[in-house]
Design a binder for this molecule. Structure first.
Ligand code: RRO
Length: 318
Protein backbone atom coordinates (compact mmCIF):
# COMPACT_ATOMS: atom_id res chain seq x y z
CA UNK A 1 0.00 0.00 0.00
CA UNK A 2 1.11 3.55 -0.60
CA UNK A 3 2.03 5.01 2.83
CA UNK A 4 -0.85 7.46 2.94
CA UNK A 5 -3.30 4.58 3.52
CA UNK A 6 -6.05 5.26 0.99
CA UNK A 7 -8.23 2.16 0.58
CA UNK A 8 -7.73 1.09 -3.05
CA UNK A 9 -9.30 -2.34 -2.61
CA UNK A 10 -12.12 -3.31 -4.93
CA UNK A 11 -14.88 -5.89 -4.88
CA UNK A 12 -15.17 -6.77 -8.55
CA UNK A 13 -18.43 -8.73 -8.69
CA UNK A 14 -17.22 -10.98 -5.89
CA UNK A 15 -13.54 -10.92 -6.79
CA UNK A 16 -11.49 -9.37 -4.03
CA UNK A 17 -8.85 -7.12 -5.55
CA UNK A 18 -6.30 -5.85 -3.03
CA UNK A 19 -5.76 -2.83 -5.24
CA UNK A 20 -7.47 -0.91 -8.03
CA UNK A 21 -4.58 -1.86 -10.35
CA UNK A 22 -3.49 -5.30 -11.59
CA UNK A 23 -1.77 -6.91 -14.55
CA UNK A 24 -3.15 -7.31 -18.07
CA UNK A 25 -3.17 -10.76 -19.60
CA UNK A 26 -0.41 -11.55 -22.07
CA UNK A 27 2.47 -9.68 -20.41
CA UNK A 28 5.00 -11.62 -18.30
CA UNK A 29 2.35 -14.05 -17.07
CA UNK A 30 2.87 -17.30 -18.97
CA UNK A 31 4.68 -19.34 -16.29
CA UNK A 32 4.53 -19.84 -12.52
CA UNK A 33 7.64 -17.79 -11.74
CA UNK A 34 6.19 -14.76 -13.53
CA UNK A 35 2.83 -15.10 -11.77
CA UNK A 36 4.64 -15.35 -8.41
CA UNK A 37 6.45 -12.11 -9.22
CA UNK A 38 3.11 -10.43 -9.85
CA UNK A 39 1.79 -11.89 -6.58
CA UNK A 40 4.82 -10.41 -4.78
CA UNK A 41 4.13 -6.96 -6.24
CA UNK A 42 1.44 -4.39 -5.43
CA UNK A 43 -0.84 -5.75 -8.16
CA UNK A 44 -4.40 -6.16 -6.89
CA UNK A 45 -4.77 -9.69 -8.27
CA UNK A 46 -2.89 -12.16 -10.46
CA UNK A 47 -4.14 -12.76 -14.00
CA UNK A 48 -2.70 -15.45 -16.29
CA UNK A 49 -1.85 -15.48 -19.99
CA UNK A 50 -4.78 -16.78 -22.05
CA UNK A 51 -4.75 -20.56 -22.14
CA UNK A 52 -5.77 -22.94 -24.90
CA UNK A 53 -6.28 -26.69 -24.48
CA UNK A 54 -3.01 -27.60 -26.21
CA UNK A 55 0.31 -25.86 -25.58
CA UNK A 56 1.26 -23.36 -28.30
CA UNK A 57 4.58 -21.78 -29.27
CA UNK A 58 2.78 -18.92 -31.02
CA UNK A 59 3.72 -17.05 -34.18
CA UNK A 60 7.19 -16.70 -35.71
CA UNK A 61 9.79 -14.30 -34.22
CA UNK A 62 10.19 -11.37 -34.04
CA UNK A 63 6.63 -10.99 -32.77
CA UNK A 64 6.76 -8.42 -29.94
CA UNK A 65 8.09 -4.86 -30.01
CA UNK A 66 8.23 -3.94 -26.32
CA UNK A 67 9.77 -0.50 -26.70
CA UNK A 68 8.83 1.03 -30.00
CA UNK A 69 11.22 3.65 -31.39
CA UNK A 70 8.46 4.83 -33.70
CA UNK A 71 5.89 5.49 -30.99
CA UNK A 72 7.24 5.60 -27.43
CA UNK A 73 4.92 4.25 -24.75
CA UNK A 74 3.43 1.73 -27.17
CA UNK A 75 3.94 -1.93 -28.02
CA UNK A 76 3.12 -3.99 -31.08
CA UNK A 77 2.58 -7.73 -30.83
CA UNK A 78 1.60 -10.72 -32.86
CA UNK A 79 2.32 -13.36 -30.24
CA UNK A 80 -0.26 -15.81 -31.59
CA UNK A 81 -1.39 -17.10 -28.20
CA UNK A 82 1.77 -18.82 -26.95
CA UNK A 83 0.95 -20.66 -23.71
CA UNK A 84 1.80 -23.79 -21.74
CA UNK A 85 -1.55 -25.46 -22.40
CA UNK A 86 -4.49 -26.13 -20.13
CA UNK A 87 -3.17 -29.13 -18.21
CA UNK A 88 0.01 -27.31 -17.18
CA UNK A 89 -2.01 -24.15 -16.46
CA UNK A 90 -4.15 -26.07 -13.99
CA UNK A 91 -1.05 -27.34 -12.19
CA UNK A 92 0.30 -23.80 -12.18
CA UNK A 93 -2.89 -22.41 -10.60
CA UNK A 94 -2.67 -25.08 -7.85
CA UNK A 95 0.94 -24.09 -7.10
CA UNK A 96 0.14 -20.41 -7.21
CA UNK A 97 -2.78 -20.78 -4.80
CA UNK A 98 -0.37 -22.30 -2.27
CA UNK A 99 2.02 -19.41 -2.82
CA UNK A 100 -0.36 -16.43 -2.57
CA UNK A 101 -3.59 -15.32 -0.94
CA UNK A 102 -4.24 -12.92 -3.77
CA UNK A 103 -7.16 -13.51 -6.11
CA UNK A 104 -6.20 -15.64 -9.10
CA UNK A 105 -7.91 -15.10 -12.45
CA UNK A 106 -7.54 -17.49 -15.38
CA UNK A 107 -7.65 -16.04 -18.86
CA UNK A 108 -9.22 -18.57 -21.22
CA UNK A 109 -9.15 -18.42 -25.01
CA UNK A 110 -10.26 -21.71 -26.54
CA UNK A 111 -9.63 -22.35 -30.21
CA UNK A 112 -13.29 -23.45 -30.43
CA UNK A 113 -16.43 -23.17 -28.32
CA UNK A 114 -16.02 -26.86 -27.48
CA UNK A 115 -12.58 -26.08 -26.02
CA UNK A 116 -13.97 -23.16 -24.02
CA UNK A 117 -16.72 -25.39 -22.61
CA UNK A 118 -14.17 -28.03 -21.57
CA UNK A 119 -11.96 -25.47 -19.82
CA UNK A 120 -14.85 -23.66 -18.09
CA UNK A 121 -16.16 -26.96 -16.68
CA UNK A 122 -12.75 -28.08 -15.46
CA UNK A 123 -11.94 -24.72 -13.86
CA UNK A 124 -14.94 -25.20 -11.54
CA UNK A 125 -12.73 -27.50 -9.45
CA UNK A 126 -9.66 -25.30 -9.56
CA UNK A 127 -8.48 -22.67 -7.07
CA UNK A 128 -8.99 -19.75 -9.47
CA UNK A 129 -11.66 -17.30 -8.32
CA UNK A 130 -12.36 -15.75 -11.68
CA UNK A 131 -12.35 -16.46 -15.40
CA UNK A 132 -11.51 -13.80 -17.98
CA UNK A 133 -12.77 -15.20 -21.27
CA UNK A 134 -10.84 -13.78 -24.21
CA UNK A 135 -12.61 -13.73 -27.58
CA UNK A 136 -10.64 -10.70 -28.81
CA UNK A 137 -7.14 -11.80 -29.82
CA UNK A 138 -6.34 -10.08 -33.14
CA UNK A 139 -3.35 -12.26 -34.02
CA UNK A 140 -4.67 -15.68 -34.98
CA UNK A 141 -3.65 -16.21 -38.59
CA UNK A 142 -6.74 -16.81 -40.74
CA UNK A 143 -9.18 -16.31 -37.85
CA UNK A 144 -11.50 -13.38 -37.27
CA UNK A 145 -12.08 -11.70 -33.91
CA UNK A 146 -15.22 -13.23 -32.37
CA UNK A 147 -15.75 -10.11 -30.27
CA UNK A 148 -16.83 -8.18 -33.36
CA UNK A 149 -19.66 -10.65 -34.12
CA UNK A 150 -22.47 -9.53 -31.82
CA UNK A 151 -24.69 -12.53 -32.58
CA UNK A 152 -21.86 -15.02 -31.91
CA UNK A 153 -21.01 -13.22 -28.67
CA UNK A 154 -24.59 -13.48 -27.45
CA UNK A 155 -24.67 -17.20 -28.24
CA UNK A 156 -21.32 -17.74 -26.54
CA UNK A 157 -22.56 -15.97 -23.38
CA UNK A 158 -25.66 -18.19 -23.37
CA UNK A 159 -23.45 -21.28 -23.61
CA UNK A 160 -20.67 -20.31 -21.22
CA UNK A 161 -22.39 -18.39 -18.41
CA UNK A 162 -24.31 -21.39 -17.00
CA UNK A 163 -21.12 -23.48 -16.94
CA UNK A 164 -19.34 -21.56 -14.20
CA UNK A 165 -20.02 -20.32 -10.70
CA UNK A 166 -16.77 -18.34 -10.82
CA UNK A 167 -16.84 -14.61 -11.39
CA UNK A 168 -16.95 -14.30 -15.17
CA UNK A 169 -15.37 -11.48 -17.14
CA UNK A 170 -14.98 -11.02 -20.87
CA UNK A 171 -12.08 -9.28 -22.59
CA UNK A 172 -13.41 -7.10 -25.37
CA UNK A 173 -11.79 -5.75 -28.50
CA UNK A 174 -11.90 -1.97 -29.01
CA UNK A 175 -15.17 -0.88 -30.66
CA UNK A 176 -15.56 2.17 -32.84
CA UNK A 177 -19.23 1.95 -33.83
CA UNK A 178 -21.78 3.16 -31.32
CA UNK A 179 -24.25 0.36 -32.14
CA UNK A 180 -21.72 -2.18 -30.86
CA UNK A 181 -21.97 -0.65 -27.39
CA UNK A 182 -25.78 -0.82 -27.47
CA UNK A 183 -25.98 -4.41 -28.66
CA UNK A 184 -23.20 -5.81 -26.53
CA UNK A 185 -24.38 -4.05 -23.37
CA UNK A 186 -27.85 -5.55 -23.85
CA UNK A 187 -26.32 -9.00 -24.28
CA UNK A 188 -24.00 -8.67 -21.26
CA UNK A 189 -26.90 -7.62 -19.03
CA UNK A 190 -29.24 -10.32 -20.33
CA UNK A 191 -26.66 -13.06 -19.81
CA UNK A 192 -25.46 -11.99 -16.37
CA UNK A 193 -21.84 -11.51 -17.31
CA UNK A 194 -20.07 -10.16 -14.21
CA UNK A 195 -17.54 -7.79 -15.75
CA UNK A 196 -15.90 -6.65 -18.96
CA UNK A 197 -12.26 -5.85 -19.62
CA UNK A 198 -11.98 -3.03 -22.11
CA UNK A 199 -9.95 -3.09 -24.30
CA UNK A 200 -7.68 -5.61 -25.99
CA UNK A 201 -5.10 -4.29 -28.46
CA UNK A 202 -6.10 -2.58 -31.71
CA UNK A 203 -5.72 -5.30 -34.31
CA UNK A 204 -3.76 -5.20 -37.54
CA UNK A 205 -1.65 -2.11 -36.96
CA UNK A 206 1.68 -1.55 -38.71
CA UNK A 207 4.91 -0.07 -37.35
CA UNK A 208 7.45 0.68 -40.08
CA UNK A 209 11.20 0.99 -39.61
CA UNK A 210 11.86 3.63 -42.26
CA UNK A 211 15.68 3.30 -42.03
CA UNK A 212 15.46 -0.36 -42.93
CA UNK A 213 12.38 0.24 -45.10
CA UNK A 214 10.90 -2.74 -43.32
CA UNK A 215 8.08 -4.01 -41.17
CA UNK A 216 9.11 -4.54 -37.52
CA UNK A 217 7.50 -7.91 -36.72
CA UNK A 218 7.41 -11.08 -38.83
CA UNK A 219 3.87 -12.55 -38.58
CA UNK A 220 1.13 -11.42 -40.95
CA UNK A 221 3.60 -9.35 -43.00
CA UNK A 222 4.11 -6.98 -40.07
CA UNK A 223 0.56 -6.55 -38.79
CA UNK A 224 -0.04 -6.81 -35.04
CA UNK A 225 -2.00 -5.54 -32.06
CA UNK A 226 -1.12 -2.02 -30.93
CA UNK A 227 -1.16 -1.29 -27.20
CA UNK A 228 -0.06 1.49 -24.88
CA UNK A 229 -0.35 5.27 -24.89
CA UNK A 230 -1.87 5.60 -28.35
CA UNK A 231 -4.85 3.40 -27.50
CA UNK A 232 -5.78 5.23 -24.28
CA UNK A 233 -8.37 7.58 -25.84
CA UNK A 234 -10.03 4.66 -27.64
CA UNK A 235 -10.08 2.44 -24.54
CA UNK A 236 -11.34 5.33 -22.40
CA UNK A 237 -14.10 5.92 -24.94
CA UNK A 238 -15.07 2.25 -24.70
CA UNK A 239 -15.09 2.30 -20.89
CA UNK A 240 -17.20 5.49 -20.79
CA UNK A 241 -19.63 4.17 -23.42
CA UNK A 242 -20.13 0.90 -21.58
CA UNK A 243 -20.39 2.66 -18.21
CA UNK A 244 -23.38 4.64 -19.42
CA UNK A 245 -25.13 1.48 -20.61
CA UNK A 246 -24.23 -1.07 -17.94
CA UNK A 247 -25.23 1.12 -14.98
CA UNK A 248 -23.05 -0.72 -12.48
CA UNK A 249 -24.79 -4.05 -13.11
CA UNK A 250 -21.85 -5.33 -15.15
CA UNK A 251 -18.54 -4.13 -13.73
CA UNK A 252 -15.84 -2.58 -15.91
CA UNK A 253 -12.08 -3.11 -15.91
CA UNK A 254 -10.26 -0.51 -18.00
CA UNK A 255 -7.02 -1.27 -19.81
CA UNK A 256 -5.02 0.67 -22.37
CA UNK A 257 -2.14 3.09 -21.99
CA UNK A 258 -1.94 3.42 -18.22
CA UNK A 259 1.54 4.61 -17.25
CA UNK A 260 0.72 7.07 -14.45
CA UNK A 261 -1.68 7.66 -11.59
CA UNK A 262 -3.36 10.33 -13.68
CA UNK A 263 -4.07 7.78 -16.42
CA UNK A 264 -5.69 5.51 -13.81
CA UNK A 265 -7.65 8.48 -12.43
CA UNK A 266 -9.06 9.17 -15.91
CA UNK A 267 -10.26 5.55 -16.18
CA UNK A 268 -11.88 5.89 -12.76
CA UNK A 269 -13.69 9.06 -13.88
CA UNK A 270 -14.87 7.23 -17.01
CA UNK A 271 -16.43 4.51 -14.84
CA UNK A 272 -13.77 1.82 -14.38
CA UNK A 273 -14.20 -0.40 -11.31
CA UNK A 274 -10.54 -1.43 -11.66
CA UNK A 275 -7.75 -1.14 -14.21
CA UNK A 276 -5.12 -3.40 -15.73
CA UNK A 277 -1.64 -2.49 -16.95
CA UNK A 278 -0.06 -4.24 -19.95
CA UNK A 279 2.39 -2.05 -21.86
CA UNK A 280 3.52 -0.21 -18.72
CA UNK A 281 4.23 -3.57 -17.10
CA UNK A 282 6.11 -4.88 -20.16
CA UNK A 283 8.27 -1.74 -20.24
CA UNK A 284 8.88 -1.23 -16.49
CA UNK A 285 8.29 -4.52 -14.66
CA UNK A 286 6.19 -5.02 -11.53
CA UNK A 287 7.22 -1.70 -9.95
CA UNK A 288 4.69 0.01 -12.23
CA UNK A 289 1.80 -1.21 -10.05
CA UNK A 290 3.04 0.54 -6.90
CA UNK A 291 4.06 3.63 -8.87
CA UNK A 292 0.61 4.07 -10.44
CA UNK A 293 -1.15 3.35 -7.13
CA UNK A 294 0.98 5.83 -5.21
CA UNK A 295 0.40 8.54 -7.82
CA UNK A 296 -3.33 7.79 -7.90
CA UNK A 297 -3.59 8.06 -4.12
CA UNK A 298 -1.73 11.39 -4.24
CA UNK A 299 -4.26 12.72 -6.76
CA UNK A 300 -7.25 11.45 -4.77
CA UNK A 301 -5.88 12.92 -1.54
CA UNK A 302 -5.04 16.26 -3.11
CA UNK A 303 -8.58 16.52 -4.45
CA UNK A 304 -10.04 15.66 -1.05
CA UNK A 305 -11.62 12.34 -2.03
CA UNK A 306 -11.83 9.61 0.58
CA UNK A 307 -13.08 6.69 -1.53
CA UNK A 308 -12.94 5.44 -5.12
CA UNK A 309 -16.75 5.45 -5.23
CA UNK A 310 -16.80 9.26 -4.91
CA UNK A 311 -15.05 9.51 -8.28
CA UNK A 312 -16.13 6.45 -10.27
CA UNK A 313 -18.09 7.45 -13.37
CA UNK A 314 -18.41 11.07 -12.26
CA UNK A 315 -16.93 12.44 -15.45
CA UNK A 316 -18.49 15.82 -16.16
CA UNK A 317 -20.05 16.45 -19.56
CA UNK A 318 -20.33 19.83 -21.26
O1 RRO B 1 -1.23 -13.86 -27.93
C1 RRO B 1 -1.55 -12.87 -28.62
O2 RRO B 1 -1.14 -12.70 -29.79
C2 RRO B 1 -2.49 -11.85 -28.12
C3 RRO B 1 -3.67 -12.13 -27.47
BR1 RRO B 1 -4.17 -13.86 -26.98
C4 RRO B 1 -4.56 -11.07 -27.14
O3 RRO B 1 -5.65 -11.23 -26.57
N1 RRO B 1 -4.18 -9.82 -27.52
C5 RRO B 1 -3.03 -9.56 -28.14
O4 RRO B 1 -2.75 -8.39 -28.45
N2 RRO B 1 -2.18 -10.59 -28.42
Amino acid sequence: MPDNKFDLSVNLAGLKLENFVYNASGVNNEILKQLQKIADSKAGAVLSKSTTIDPRTGNENPKYIVKSKQIPGCTLNSMGLPNIGFEKSLEMFEELSKYTHKTIIASVSGMSMEDNIKMFKTLENSPVQGIEWNPSCPNMVGKSILGYDMEAMDQAFQTLRPLTTKTLGVKLPPYMDITNFDRLAESLLKNNIDYIVSTNTIGNCLLIDSNKESVTIKPKNGLGGLAGSFIKPLSLGNVWSFYQRLKGQVKIVGVGGIHTGNDAFEYLLAGADAVQIGTGFAQNGTKIFEQVETELVDILNSKGYTSLDQVRGNLKTL
